[in-house]
Design a protein around this ligand. Structure first.
Ligand code: NAD
Ligand code: UDP
Length: 390
């Protein structure tokens, strides 16, 4: 653990108390690990679940973890718990990660999605503003919606011009589909909470930073259906494809897998968040894209690469038919729509924090799928053999 650590301007970093809401999720678990292992800061971890951070929490009375006095877990639902304001008052910095953020929910549970991403975040913003607390709020790259380029004719050469697809925090418009495409309920709720936070900054002096993650992936993302999540649940693409590979089923390509994404390794992205935490003067008042523009693939290419990588780490040959096409209506139901392409502009995060992602798509898939295989392969084998044994 560091002493004598300095920020990007050479000033000593003072230990602070961080109230992290949604600390028990994918990003929260990695952020807690990083803060506890590499900094002197304290974490008040708030979530309804703690499974993904249980390795960081002290088994009662054991006294074995070096950071035992720097993390407290508070099991609470921010929707309706009066303890939230007290926790915010105890902290120097609030990080809000809590959200419903799996696309399968956006069109099937739009009310829960809107409440979670807008209404439930309101008291957090209000308590931060009223108590003059700094806020780092997690938004999404989905706020950009579709690219301008996707409205051009298919054969237009302008489609190759970055001006028509690179997503810039301070210049790109937010382009969503019609209301009946309920996919956009999430993006729209996130957009409104961003606007509210921005307005609190402008009118009431709230110190804020907004993070727009571009497909962060890695170990502990979401769940494997039927193993540590509901059998009928639909997680994000990394976990969907991992589940298919573990079960030796073809990977399902929604609407042909033509959509494009850029994937960034969670450990690279967490370094960006730590820079924001420890450099408030450089991060306050900014909205940051956090992604890896060099790791762009179509979903079809992602499926092909994951199939190759999984075969390497599991030593199992790939299936003869590794992918199948499925319509979005069949896979997600009515009201699904998609972002066509997501390339983050990196100018602002580079200028303010000097951050750049390091890990290639192949390398991040290799370490993530090694984790998935080690964590789930046995459990899947047992689950598959059960019905036969009965
Ligand atoms: P996650 O679902 O793993 O984590 C969210 C956590 O918030 C969960 O542990 C959940 O239990 C908790 N939570 C939700 N509602 C709560 C409530 N009412 N009270 C208490 N806890 C609650 O998701 P994640 O991938 O870690 O994402 C974190 C944030 O980053 C979200 O705001 C999400 O919209 C944003 N984001 C993530 C990505 C990504 O690539 N992972 C991309 C875009 C945006
Ligand atoms: N997708 C897919 N098969 C799956 C799961 C997802 O083809 O089993 C596609 C999905 O339609 C989208 C992309 O993969 O185009 C990424 O989906 P994800 O759930 O990770 O979230 P998004 O990037 O859309 O927010």
């Amino acid at each position: 653990m560091a002493s004598g650590r300095v920020d990007l301007d050479g000033n000593p970093i003072k230990p602070i108390t961080i109230c992290m809401i949604g600390a028990g999720g994918f990003i929260g678990s990695h952020l807690c690990e990083k803060i506890l292992a590499e900094t002197p800061h304290k974490v008040l971890a708030v979530d309804v679940y703690s499974d993904k951070i249980k390795h960081l929490l002290e088994p009662s009375g054991s006294g074995s973890l070096p950071w035992a006095d720097r993390i407290q877990f508070h099991r609470l639902n921010i929707k309706n718990d009066p303890r939230l304001e007290g926790l915010i008052k105890m902290a120097d910095l609030i990080i809000n990660l809590a959200a419903i953020c799996t696309p399968a929910d956006y069109n099937t549970r739009p009310l829960d999605t809107i409440y979670s991403n807008f209404i439930d975040a309101l008291p957090v913003v209000k308590y931060c503003s009223e108590n003059s607390k700094r806020l780092i709020h997690f938004s999404t790259c989905e706020i950009y919606g579709k690219t301008i380029g996707c409205f051009l004719p298919k054969d237009s050469p302008l489609r190759q011009d970055p001006a028509y697809f690179v997503l810039k925090e301070d210049a790109s418009p937010c382009i969503f589909g019609p209301i009946e495409k309920q996919r956009w309920s999430y993006a729209c709720a996130k957009q409104l909470i961003e606007r509210l936070i921005y307005a609190e900054g402008a009118e009431n002096g709230l110190e804020f930073t907004i993070v727009r993650p571009f497909n962060w992936i890695g170990p502990r993302m979401d769940f494997i259906p039927g193993i540590d999540g509901p059998s009928e649940g639909v997680p994000r693409v990394l976990a969907c494809f991992s589940n298919n590979l573990l079960r030796r089923e073809p990977l399902k390509l929604v609407d042909g897998g033509q959509s494009q994404r850029t994937f960034v390794y969670i450990k690279d992205a967490i370094e960006a968040v730590l820079l924001m935490i420890e450099n408030p003067a450089r991060a306050n008042g900014h909205i940051f894209n956090v992604g890896n523009p060099n790791n762009e693939v179509t979903v079809r290419q992602l499926a092909e690469m994951m199939t190759q990588v999984y075969s390497k780490v599991s030593a199992e040959p790939p299936l003869d038919t590794p992918t199948i096409d499925v319509s979005s209506k069949e896979f997600y139901g009515e009201g699904y729509d998609d972002s066509d392409k997501r390339i983050p502009d990196m100018t602002i995060i580079n200028r303010q924090l000097g951050w750049n992602p390091k890990t290639s798509l192949w390398d991040l898939l290799e370490s993530t799928l090694t984790y998935q295989h080690r964590t789930y392969a046995e459990a899947i084998k047992k689950a598959i053999s059960k019905p036969a044994a009965n």
